[in-house]
Design a binder for this molecule. Structure first.
Ligand code: PLP
Length: 409
């Protein structure tokens, strides 16, 4: 008899997107010919920008010639990309890091999922509610939680992000080893200010805790007081790992490239109390379990940082930001209260009194033929909320907005 990892059995089925797909399919079947618009997707709709495509073509040609062909590359990424990331995202922002503190990967999803391997299973984990589900599920798989009861996993410290606290996590009252912070947040769109983030960095330093900071949506920040990197906060290199991605920044959701910053100053301890740098442990993990991102993809990612690449991706992001404004305005016209959409591609709307997340889903589908995501799918505190995304085309977003604005609640 081969025993399984029974932590997997603790996970409730992830029915969110399959339930949505089923309900949409049923609606379409009973309303043939009607156009249903999705504002539910977390995927981009605009193609890769020309500077990136050119780099892909050039690198592909290099792969066709024996003199320039590349096989395995460095697991942690080619120097040309790590240097470009370092300069553009850190040194130019007056953040002192070194290239070997940056690890290029095939996605922020895999990195945020895998990083917990470096910590003991006894570590106490805190996470925002609602939030991107990968943080929780991977800790469940690793055996860091109890059973799932009444919508909560035993052993996890949930940090409710509610309308009352501006959807920002409050410091835990109990001791926590690891905290996942997602800012700008998926799904609420809330982003932590410098002062808010400083509270967390100071707390982590005082409590010897580690912050796992996911800033996959930093490119959508518009307000000057919102840090793009946790390393803008003094002292953070001793307490925080940062996850970044080219997915939403440059349309790489299908191309796959991201990076994780693990400062050498960040230490964790063995049972004898001896400190170990997380940087060396992550290097060991990656060189053992990962064989790097394709050369052509890394060249494409490098092109994102060229002046032309920057101008082109800024235009794409501006288009999504405009979509967000259009959606926010439509919701206001419909008499709904909405949050987010200013520093993130996500709009988090409050469902009308007495209408839960799923009832709102059905109402929006039947009355406006628009699909979104019920907030409760991101955590218990998401009940009574609903997520719309700015990632559809301008035309379809405007049409969806026109339909929503015509509803009355
Ligand atoms: N982090 C957050 C908060 C996300 O919402 C997502 C994707 O939706 C990811 C990470 C995944 O990024 P990647 O495409 O780089 O795996």
């Amino acid at each position: 008899m081969t025993l399984l990892n029974d932590n997997y059995l603790k996970l409730p089925g992830s029915y969110l997107f399959s339930t949505i797909a089923k309900r949409v399919a049923a609606y379409k079947e009973s309303h043939p010919g009607e156009q249903v618009i999705s504002l539910g997707i977390g995927d981009v709709s605009r193609p890769l920008v020309p500077a990136v495509i050119e780099a892909l073509h050039k690198a592909s040609d290099e792969m066709s010639r024996a003199e320039t062909f590349r096989g395995y590359g460095p697991e942690q990424g080619y120097a040309f990309l790590r240097e470009a990331i370092l300069k553009h995202d850190y040194l130019d922002r007056n953040i002192q890091l070194e290239a070997d503190e940056i690890f290029v990967s095939d996605g922020a999803k895999s990195d945020v999922a895998n990083f917990q391997e470096l910590f003991d299973t006894s570590c106490k984990v805190a996470l925002q509610d609602p939030v991107y589900p990968v943080y929780l599920d991977t800790n469940v798989m690793a055996g860091r939680t109890g059973a799932f009861e009444n919508g909560r996993f035993g052993g996890i410290v949930y940090l409710p992000c509610t309308e009352e606290n501006g959807f920002l996590p409050q410091l835990p009252k109990e001791r926590v080893d690891l905290v996942y912070l997602c800012s700008p947040n998926n799904p609420t769109g809330a982003a932590m200010s410098r002062a808010e983030l400083k509270k967390w960095v100071d707390w982590a330093a005082e409590n010897n805790s580690v912050i796992l900071y996911d800033s996959a949506y930093e490119a959508f920040i518009t307000q000057p007081d919102i840090p793009h990197s946790i390393y803008e906060i003094p002292g953070s290199q001793k307490v925080a790992v940062e996850f970044r991605s080219f997915s939403k920044t440059a349309g790489f959701t299908g191309t796959r490239c991201a990076y994780t910053v693990v400062p050498k100053a960040l230490q964790v301890y063995d049972r004898a109390g001896k400190p170990h740098a997380l940087n060396g442990l992550w290097l060991r993990r990656q060189t053992t379990k990962f064989n790097g991102v394709p050369y052509i993809v890394q060249r494409a990612a490098e092109a994102v940082f060229s002046p032309l690449g920057q101008a082109q991706i800024r235009e794409v992001i501006a288009g999504y930001q405009q979509n967000a404004r259009v959606i926010l305005q439509a919701l206001q016209n419909a008499g709904l209260t909405a949050f987010g959409g200013v520093n993130a591609p996500y709009i988090w709307l409050k469902t009308p009194k007495g209408v839960d997340s799923w009832a709102f889903f059905d109402r929006l589908l039947s009355d406006a033929r628009v699909v979104g995501t019920p907030g409760v799918g991101f955590g218990g505190c998401g009940e009574g909320f609903f997520r719309l995304t700015a990632f559809n085309t301008p035309e379809l977003t405007q049409e969806a907005a026109r339909r929503i604005a015509g509803l009355s609640f």
